[in-house]
Design a protein around this ligand. Structure first.
Ligand code: FAD
Length: 746
């Protein structure tokens, strides 16, 4: 009997916020379920893998961060493969597939993935599968899902070609010549692909009383057959589910009942009801479904009554977070403004932070008390919210590289965990929905969840989950029989991220203080979330500072020291978005709305530098600001006019998108900052191209930054008589020289 050797793949990731890592882990887990051996490493773990000798297919998942930079944990790897001393056949033996994650709202989309890919190609490595570029700007799933789906067939082909007899070559040459690509190798491995059985429909969800970890789920055993070479080639096709619920084929009837749970008048025939989160119609409701494999569970959770006072209540001081008081807060917009902008002034005198204008600060924010309470109730754990959670890895977990999340402090109480550690509003991933199927009793609900994570239900997933940004709480409200164990939430919910805000002050002008400004984000009501809601951090901050908030034109009520609000903040340096050290260089700043924040810091610093250096000739300074109405949301109006008055700001150009230009009834003037830029094209291009000026853009990434970029291209093309491509290159050169800088966000 031939000895069965499972084929092996290597999965590598470079990840900033955990997204690429979690995709890579999913690939490794699925590979194992499909009968492969999957090794998974971060590219920073150079001691655990060796690409120089790697013969197995390599799958690389890598994100891009900042201004097209590699994630921190991929910096060294990128540097290593970029070494000029490497020969053009250094990786000729290597075959790989690469998935690049990025966001088209930012410049240099998927730059890190492209850099690694390009360099591996230069060094002779070969693709066994086309590179995927997943765009977080429109939803990663759009590219991610089909890419993952095709990956298994590509791996299967690559493996079968690898296990085919190799053409004879010089035994001293250990590399594969460039002609011996996977495509050129003959396939003579007999593959006997069996259909996988549908997975067991449900598992026990809650264990013993104190055992919150989920009972183990049987994983499907992949069908494999020994190949002639002794290794096995697994069936890598997705699992097919027809209908595990054994209800009527006309699914709409079953699920229409659930719609009534959600408030649809009962008795409305399914045929006239509309599809929704909980309701589907043929063909989807009658379709056989390809659902993803069940992500292997890996955590056991035990809740223990706290014996000592272990409840921390406030976030653990780590990663440089400091608790600082808010010394003042003011509303910068009028009551009739569409958006509400608040200024927050922090007293950092007791916690010196060495910040520069252009830096940001990360603000820790908790999940909303009401949402944490609702989740505790829904999980049936309200009476144990003060219990300490103890996490351990399931001994026989099938998850590769399973780890206890490092961001959950030991001895955290359940309430602390849900308040400070997990992003409970994060959009439900298909893998999470897939796991929730197993915890849902009611057959109609179960089927609908299967649809939402299936290939056939992709459009419904986008429409009812991704677009309205549905989180776990929204789903639990809509699917009453879904009762997930706590461990599942910890496994699937990402870390609650701090929110960054640009410093809107200079320490030279305001020693011991750090200011920032933000808009309260308001999300309108939708069917899935009829109440609407505010952004997590901005909603929380606005409640926090409300007792001390100064309203424009109103007298401040005095606050007592006991009511001084405090926030946990940490400095986030930005080494490129800085004022040039050469004071004679012209500055062009473009920052509509709260995008003006860093420029307030720049101008405060410039103002002080001018006072301190009266003999120096300073470069021109231009600021392009935009808002809706002159009288409602012109942020920092007096301060900006003051900068103009004392010569710190040479030109202040403000446009009001909803006001007619002064002295007219109708709108003919510039509406947005890019229109204002075009009006001053000659001056701006001159400062930028001939006087080596610096151009800064801050604010909305989705529209403004792109429109400004287009306007700049148009201006440069016209000024230098270039075609579009050449103008693009000129702009790219400015970026490389760090004279066209962006600090933009969604
Ligand atoms: P969240 O709850 O996190 O929601 C915000 C995002 O989630 C939205 O952008 C949207 O894409 C999405 N979203 C959530 N729910 C919905 C829904 N129901 N419907 C549609 N979309 C939804 N902001 C400022 O105001 N001032 C600044 O100076 C500033 N500086 C920044 C600097 C940097 C370097 C970065 C990266 C960002 C900066 N931001 C700034 C943005 C800021 O960090 C936050 O993203 C913003 O305040 C929203 O946070 P939140 O927690 O209130 O919103």
């Amino acid at each position: 009997m031939p000895c069965e050797v499972k084929p092996r793949i290597l999965v590598l990731y470079g990840s900033q916020k955990g997204q690429a890592q979690s995709i890579a882990e999913g690939i490794a887990d699925e590979a194992e379920e499909k009968g492969l051996i999957a090794e998974i490493c971060c590219v920073s773990e150079g001691d655990k893998f060796n690409l120089e000798k790697e013969r197995a297919p390599v799958v690389i998942v890598v994100s891009t961060t900042g201004d097209g930079d590699p994630p921190d944990n991929a910096l060294k790897f990128v540097k290593r493969i970029k070494k000029k001393t490497l020969s053009s056949d250094h990786y000729a033996h290597l075959c790989y597939a690469l998935l690049a994650l990025g966001d088209t709202n930012y410049a240099n989309f998927c730059n890190c993935g492209k850099t690694i890919d390009g360099r591996l190609q230069e060094l002779g490595a070969k693709h066994f599968y086309a590179t995927g570029y997943a765009d977080d700007g429109v939803g990663l799933e759009l590219v991610l899902d089909p890419w993952l789906e095709g990956l298994w067939e590509a791996i299967r082909r690559a493996l079968s070609k690898m296990s085919a007899p190799q053409p004879k070559r010089d035994v001293t040459d250990t590399r594969v010549s460039s002609e011996e690509t996977f495509e050129s190798l003959a396939t003579d491995v007999s593959l006997h692909l069996l259909s996988l059985e549908p997975e067991p429909a449900s598992t026990e969800c809650l264990g013993k009383q104190e055992e919150i970890g989920r009972a183990k789920t049987e994983s499907t055993t992949p069908a494999v057959k020994a190949s002639e070479t002794g290794s096995t080639v697994p069936d890598l096709r997705p699992v097919s589910v027809t209908d595990t619920t054994q209800t009527s084929p006309n699914r709409s009837c079953v699920i229409a009942d659930h719609k009534s749970v959600l408030g649809t008048p009962s008795g409305v025939p399914a045929a006239v009801a509309e599809a929704s989160l909980t309701l589907s119609f043929p063909p989807l409701s009658e379709s056989a479904l390809n659902v993803p494999n069940l992500p292997p569970p890996y955590l056991d959770v035990v809740l223990q009554e706290a014996t000592t006072r272990e409840e921390t209540g406030v976030p653990v001081m780590k990663e440089g977070f400091q608790e600082v008081p808010v010394s003042r807060s003011a509303k910068l917009t009028s009551d009739d403004s569409v958006k509400t902008a608040l200024l927050v002034e922090l007293d950092i005198s007791a916690h010196p932070m060495d910040y520069q204008p252009g830096d940001s600060l990360d603000v820790l924010c908790p999940n909303r008390v009401s949402e944490v309470g609702e989740l505790l109730l829904r999980l049936g754990l309200m009476d144990r919210k003060s219990h300490c959670i103890q996490l351990s890895l399931q001994k026989d977990t099938k998850k590769k590289a399973a780890q206890i999340p490092s961001y959950i402090p030991e001895n955290s109480t359940l309430q602390y965990l849900l308040t400070w550690c997990l992003e409970i509003r994060s959009v439900l991933k298909k893998a999470f929905i897939r796991s929730l199927v197993e915890c849902t009793e009611e057959s109609g609900e179960k089927r609908r969840l299967q649809e939402l994570c299936s290939k056939q239900g992709s459009a419904d997933y986008n429409l009812y989950v991704r677009d309205p940004r549905l989180g776990i709480l929204d789903l639990l409200r809509a699917f009453p029989s879904c009762q997930p164990p706590l461990s599942l939430l910890i496994e699937h919910l990402p870390k609650l991220q701090p929110r960054p805000y640009s410093a809107a002050s200079s320490r030279m002008r305001h020693p011991g203080q750090l200011h920032f400004v933000f808009n309260i984000i308001e999300f309108p009501a939708c069917i899935e979330r009829p109440g609407g809601r505010r952004g997590l951090c901005t909603g929380w901050l606005s409640d926090l500072v409300d007792p001390i908030l100064l309203h424009p034109g109103k007298v401040q009520s005095s606050s007592t020291s006991s009511s001084v609000p405090k926030v946990h903040v940490s400095l986030r340096q930005n080494c490129s978005f800085r004022l040039p050290s050469d004071l004679s260089k012209p500055l062009i700043m473009i920052g509509p709305g709260t995008g003006v924040a860093p420029f307030i810091g720049f101008l405060q610093q410039r103002e002080k530098e001018r006072e301190d250096n009266p003999e120096v000739v300073f470069g021109e300074t231009w600021l392009f600001f935009g808002c809706r109405h002159r009288d409602r949301d012109f942020l920092f109006r007096e301060e900006l006019q003051g900068f103009v008055g004392n010569g710190t700001l040479t030109h202040l150009k403000v446009c009001f998108s909803r006001d007619p230009p002064e002295g007219t009834e109708t709108r003919t003037g510039p509406r947005y900052v890019q229109h204002d830029l075009l009006l001053h094209a000659k001056d701006i291009t001159n400062l930028l191209l001939r006087e080596n000026g610096y151009l800064y853009v801050c604010g909305d990434a989705k529209n403004m930054a792109k429109d400004v970029n287009d306007a700049l291209m148009e201006m440069i093309a016209a000024e230098l008589q270039l075609d579009k491509l050449e103008a693009m290159k000129a702009l790219a050169r400015l970026r490389e020289e760090k004279r066209y800088l962006q600090d933009i966000w969604n």
